[in-house]
Design a binder for this molecule. Structure first.
Ligand SMILES: [Zn+2]
Length: 86
């Protein structure tokens, strides 16, 4: 059944994106996808859309500073560094 258009100051006619029925624009609500629908055709967004996978650990459980180990060998003979040497 078609309802006659009625004049409402400041309002206009719009079509529901889901059912295609003509309604007043102030009656329609914005769907989460961006289009406008009747309030009874509006649906909330699926909560699973917001589920994020847990982030893997990017740091190791423990660390320590490296310790330099100098190995003195017999050949060539180890000579202390002298900056004034010719
Ligand atoms: Zn509708």
């Amino acid at each position: 059944m078609t309802v006659k258009d009625t004049f409402v100051l400041g309002d206009y006619n719009a079509v529901c994106f889901e059912c295609g029925r003509k309604k007043k624009a102030s009656f329609l609500v914005r769907h989460w996808k961006g289009y406008y629908v009747c309030p009874e055709h509006n649906e909330s967004r699926q909560p699973q859309d917001f589920v994020a996978a847990p982030r893997p650990a990017t740091t190791p459980s423990w660390t320590q500073l490296p310790v330099d180990v100098f190995v003195v060998t017999g050949f060539p003979p180890a000579v202390p560094y002298d900056p004034n040497a010719p």
